[in-house]
Design a protein around this ligand. Structure first.
Ligand code: MIC
Ligand code: SF4
Length: 904
């Protein structure tokens, strides 16, 4: 089954002319990234030569993907937005909530029992709002997206940082927080600062032990965890073409680890092969027709320095296998240097477990190459020294590798096959003995290796490597084993060498699965009821955050000054906490429990200024909240690195933290904070981090004139009675400042929709003469409007309840409302719908008659003006979006088809 083929076709139809226009405005050849970005501008976005790293631009992504752990919050927010259906194709994937323990079948049954409430919630919300649902066991979001939805030249967002994986199929795919997904699913524009561009030229060809994973491990070493911040990484060159499509996916996937907005590759034969192999020959055919638009202009790759902000060159022929880690994915060590590095740094060298799979590396190619090594264990009389596990990326991969005998091969080396899910990658790993917190080493082919991430043990040294190297090191049981040069002693006491891995890029017999695990949503989900029990400890309906009080913030306490790395895993831990992802109050009990307190170097131990004693971070913050005291969090560089989880922004917001002040932010986290109405601030002078003392109180000054590019002031009151002021910067644009004032982006959106809904309700449809068909259509529309008004009235109620009237008025300024109304449905769609509902000629004729006989001029004008009568009628009685939808129903089948295509 090919999903959304019409949408892809419609985009490809428009791409050439959009790119030509952009090229004219920019006045130079275009990179692939620019072609994709410029051909996805939101219709209200004026085309101009955007400043890279400067201009905020409105985009219209083609689709949205959400995984279960982030979808809960995203969909709870979407439900409060008051929309009847998602505006773009969207999917939910159940992959993060399955604990890896015994093996796939039993683990899956347990997850289905333990998380049934959440899975039922997600499936019923999906069913109601038109979202495709991939049930537990179907696979990991990014692998499933690559197999089914990704397409060259497309643009998507996903509520997971590794959404970027789809760059392997030539997309611009970007990880975001749930609130961003709500924008796109609600039919609004999605805003992104126009990215900078990093070009990576790949020359040569991989051979021997080197694999695609080593490309990104090397890149991470060069660019570091923040080197890609605010940039798209575009790979090109002969080396790029020589890589498989899934290998490209691996490289893009781990681009999240260098903070890149996304990574991508130009369309080539490897992508065509992958599309065909995953039963999407039609997509390949369409892509082939617009090939030249799915890669950069030739001049760009010929002279990359002129078109990219930074260029890196890597020769694949010279690339060595790498091991990155421990505790950070950018600490890259080539395998030939690992012996000395391990000795120098005291890394434990005995490998306890080798884990392959995950969304990063579980392609057919990866698994077949790893299996070629596993086969040598028996052939060469070896015995695997470490434990070995596999988490296939999808049911399609699992079924196919099982059919082709690889699972049997792994079985023979004692491997455990876990469910097609994230499992150990996200701490959903019931690892025997982890609670003893012993120092130990594991090697995996995942992407992240932050402290405690995999098994909750802060003393587990996790190293990231290719699946091939992971398998070899598991066989050897030794981190310092270099398979290219070193020998192993087999059971017979002989010295043997492993042959380099070999495998197939794609299955010769094609991919297959008995049941890939997809559930399509109801055509009309309006009757589907979504239940959230008030007593649930897993799910909680969201109450809107309070709007800004209208004054500077005074007397704030210091919750924590975090020392060193503070990723989203430190701010909102995963593992056992994943189960509370749909319950804001419960998950807030993990707020910053992984962060190190600068003053005592302890984890989860901060001073409560009220009692002058040390306590856990969430307890201290709850104590401040109980007293109505706000607080600030201070952090180091790249604060919020890693995940897209907006819980890391919502939790502090929920518990009353007012500002996060750091040396620098990771992109997604900074946006998440802004969306949730928090102040995300940076030290103008990074040295000022040292001025913050444990007992200080703070004022944030300048908020009454909060404006883009105007810094704020932090007044620091020290305990000894002294006081100093420092400058703090921000990157809020005018719209984002409105989010802050409204209390959150969602509050602002709900208020806008509410206001928008009021307008058409006032303009009652006139019952004047009009062609029968048109009248019928209008009546239907009116009915739709009444329904929409009802829904929105509910939202208004909840919004006005939460926000004082005056504030609500303030946040939904006339201008803003106008924009939203305009954005709600693409003009063109409405036009087409109107045209189709009643043929022009007929309308003209009837209109003439009506003018002459039935009604006074003024009324007639409103109902059936000269040319496109129904168009205007429709415009007057209902918001564009409702009209489009309702008219689809009333229009003749053929027309409806056309409209439906356009809307998708
Ligand atoms: C991750 O790899 O850290 C996760 C878990 O997939 C996160 C999403 C989440 O926290 O739910 C991500 O990468 O965004
Ligand atoms: Fe899942 Fe790990 Fe991939 Fe995140 S990185 S989506 S946790 S497999």
């Amino acid at each position: 089954m090919v999903f959304d083929l019409d949408m892809i076709k419609a985009l490809y139809d428009k791409m050439p002319s959009r790119i030509a226009k952009a090229r004219k405005v920019v006045n130079r050849p275009l990179t692939l990234s620019e072609k994709i970005l410029y051909s996805h501008l939101h219709e209200e976005q004026k085309l101009e030569n955007f400043g890279r790293g400067k201009s905020y631009v409105d985009f219209a992504p083609d689709r949205v993907a959400m995984q279960d752990a982030t979808a809960q919050m995203a969909l709870l927010q979407f439900m409060s937005a008051g929309r009847p259906k998602v505006a773009v194709p969207s999917t939910v994937h159940c992959d993060h909530l399955i604990v890896a323990k015994t093996g796939a079948a039993e683990d899956l049954t347990n997850a289905n029992n333990e998380s049934s409430e959440v899975f039922n919630f997600l499936s019923s919300v999906s069913n109601k709002y038109g979202i495709g649902f991939w049930r537990p066991g179907a696979g990991i979001i990014h692998q499933v997206v690559l197999e089914n939805y990704a397409f060259p030249g497309g643009m998507m967002i996903g509520t997971d940082s590794h959404t970027v994986n789809a760059g392997g199929l030539g997309m611009v795919a970007i990880g975001v927080g749930g609130a961003d997904a709500v924008d796109v699913m609600s039919g609004m524009a999605w805003e992104l600062k126009f990215p900078k561009l990093i070009g990576i030229k790949l020359t040569g060809k991989l051979s021997g032990w080197a694999s695609a994973k080593d490309v990104i491990l090397k890149v991470a070493g060069i660019l570091t965890v923040k080197g890609g911040t605010g940039a798209i990484v575009e790979y090109f060159g002969e080396g790029a073409k020589s890589l498989s499509c899934t290998g490209k996916g691996t490289i893009c996937n781990m681009g999240a680890e260098i903070g890149a907005t996304t990574s991508t590759f130009g369309y080539d034969e490897s992508m065509e092969r992958y599309l065909i192999s995953t039963n999407r020959a039609e997509v390949a055919k369409l892509a082939n027709k617009v090939k030249e638009h799915l890669t950069a202009d030739a001049e760009v790759y010929a002279n990359p320095e002129q078109y990219f902000d930074q260029v890196v060159e890597i020769n694949l022929s010279e690339l060595e296998p790498h091991l990155n880690g421990p505790f950070t994915p950018d600490l890259a060590t080539p395998i030939s240097k690992i012996k000395e590095e391990a000795a120098k740094n005291g890394w434990p060298t005995k490998v306890e477990v080798g884990l392959i799979g995950s969304c990063t590396n579980s392609s057919y190619e990866d698994i077949s190459r790893a299996a070629s090594l596993a086969r040598q264990v028996a052939d060469k009389g070896l015995k695997t020294k470490a434990e070995f596990t596999i988490t296939p990326g999808s049911e399609v991969v699992r079924y196919t590798i099982d059919r082709d005998g690889f699972i049997d091969t792994f079985d023979q080396i004692g491997a455990k096959v876990f469910a097609n899910a994230c499992g150990p990658c996200i701490g959903m790993w019931s690892r025997v003995g982890a609670e003893k917190k012993e120092k130990n080493t594991i090697v995996h082919s995942f992407n992240r290796n932050f402290q405690s991430r995999n098994d909750g043990n802060p003393n587990t040294f996790a190293f990231v490597a290719s699946p091939e190297l992971t398998t070899a090191l598991a066989i050897a049981g030794d981190l310092t084993f270099n398979p290219a040069t070193d020998y192993l002693t087999n059971e017979r006491g002989e010295q043997v060498k492993l042959d380099p891995p070999t495998g197939d890029e794609l299955p010769k017999k094609g991919f297959d699965a008995e049941d890939p695990g997809f559930i399509a949503p109801a055509k009309d989900g309006s009757k589907v009821v979504v239940k959230v029990s008030e007593s649930s400890d897993r799910l909680q309906l969201l109450a809107p955050f309070k709007p800004w009080e209208g004054s500077d913030l005074k007397g704030l306490r210091l919750l924590i000054k975090a020392k060193g790395k503070c990723t989203t895993d430190h701010i909102s831990m995963a593992g056992k906490w994943l189960k509370y992802r749909g319950h804001l109050d419960n998950i807030s009990n993990n707020l910053l429990i992984g962060a190190t307190n600068f003053y005592n170097e302890k984890i989860n131990s901060v001073k409560n200024a009220l009692s002058d004693s040390y306590d856990e971070v969430p307890n201290v913050q709850r104590a401040y909240k109980a007293q109505g005291l706000g607080s600030i969090v201070v952090g180091d560089e790249n604060y919020g690195e890693g995940s897209s989880r907006e819980h890391a922004a919502m939790e502090p917001r929920h518990l009353g933290v007012r500002a996060i002040l750091v040396k620098s932010f990771a992109r997604i986290h900074e946006t998440n904070l802004k969306k949730q109405g928090m102040l995300a601030l940076t030290f103008a002078n990074k040295e000022d981090y040292n001025k913050i003392k444990e007992d200080d109180t703070f004022d944030i000054v300048g908020l009454t004139s909060f404006a883009p590019e105007v810094p704020l002031t932090l007044v620091i009151r020290h305990n000894d009675g002294t006081e100093e002021s420092i400058q703090v910067n921000h990157t809020y644009n005018a719209n984002q400042i409105e989010w802050f004032k409204a209390g959150s982006a969602l509050n602002l959106m709900a208020a806008k929709f509410a206001k928008e809904a009021k307008k058409p309700a006032a303009a009652a449809p006139k019952k004047a003469a009009a062609p029968k068909k048109a009248v019928k259509a209008v009546a239907k529309v009116a009915k739709g409007v009444a329904k929409a008004v009802k829904t929105v009235a509910k939202v208004v109620k909840s919004v006005t309840k939460a926000a004082p009237k005056k504030a609500a008025k303030k946040v939904a300024s006339k201008k803003a409302v106008k924009t939203v109304a305009k954005k709600a449905a693409p003009k063109k769609v409405v036009k087409t719908v109107a045209k189709k509902a009643a043929p022009k000629k007929a309308v003209k004729a009837v209109a003439k008659k009506v003018v002459k006989k039935a009604a006074p001029k003024k009324v007639v004008k409103k109902v059936a003006p000269k040319k496109a009568a129904p168009k205007k009628v429709v415009k007057k009685v209902a918001p564009k979006k409702v009209v489009a939808k309702k008219a689809v129903k009333s229009a003749p089948k053929k027309a409806a088809k056309k409209v439906a295509k356009k809307r998708r």
